[in-house]
Design a protein around this ligand. Structure first.
Ligand SMILES: [Zn+2]
Length: 147
């Protein structure tokens, strides 16, 4: 739909769609961040670790001009919502280097692009996990960097 509107050069309609998209992102980010913080509370965690987003400062300037960065913006927004809700509950949010977190094996530390095949993570050491679960474990074990 977006692409169609763009080719039609209907700027007003694109702008409206941008607002609608933003509302949807706000809604889901609220739901997701709430669940993440709830999960942390339920499991007795004191810290939530997130991947440090790349180039977010440069992107900030372009948000008002364009909603092309809706994905980048939505992750940044999710990060802010997690931070805000975590602080309310007395939880700490820390950030880690995102470098190849989805390619690294949580068990042996081996980094290989072929370790990840779709939603499955499989290392030559025999470790097998759902890919996002492995990446989450890797993130949790990484040292925190300055926020
Ligand atoms: Zn391994």
């Amino acid at each position: 739909m977006r692409r169609q509107l763009q080719t039609a050069k209907n700027r007003k309609a694109i702008k409206r769609l941008g607002c609608k998209e933003r509302r949807i992102v706000h809604y889901w980010n609220h739901v997701i961040s709430k669940r993440i913080v709830q999960f942390a509370e339920q499991t007795g965690a004191t810290t939530i670790k997130l991947e440090r987003l790349k180039g977010i400062r440069q992107m900030k300037r372009h948000w008002k001009r364009s909603d092309r960065n809706i994905h980048s913006w939505s992750f940044f927004d999710l990060e802010k919502k997690i931070q805000y809700k975590a602080e309310q509950k007395g939880l700490i949010v820390e950030y880690v280097d995102p470098y190849k977190t989805s390619q690294q094996c949580f068990r042996c530390g081996n980094v290989k692009r072929t370790n990840r095949r779709g939603s499955l993570f499989q290392c030559s050491c025999g470790y097998t996990k759902q890919a996002d679960v492995n990446a989450s474990f890797v993130i949790s074990a990484r040292p925190s960097i300055a926020g």
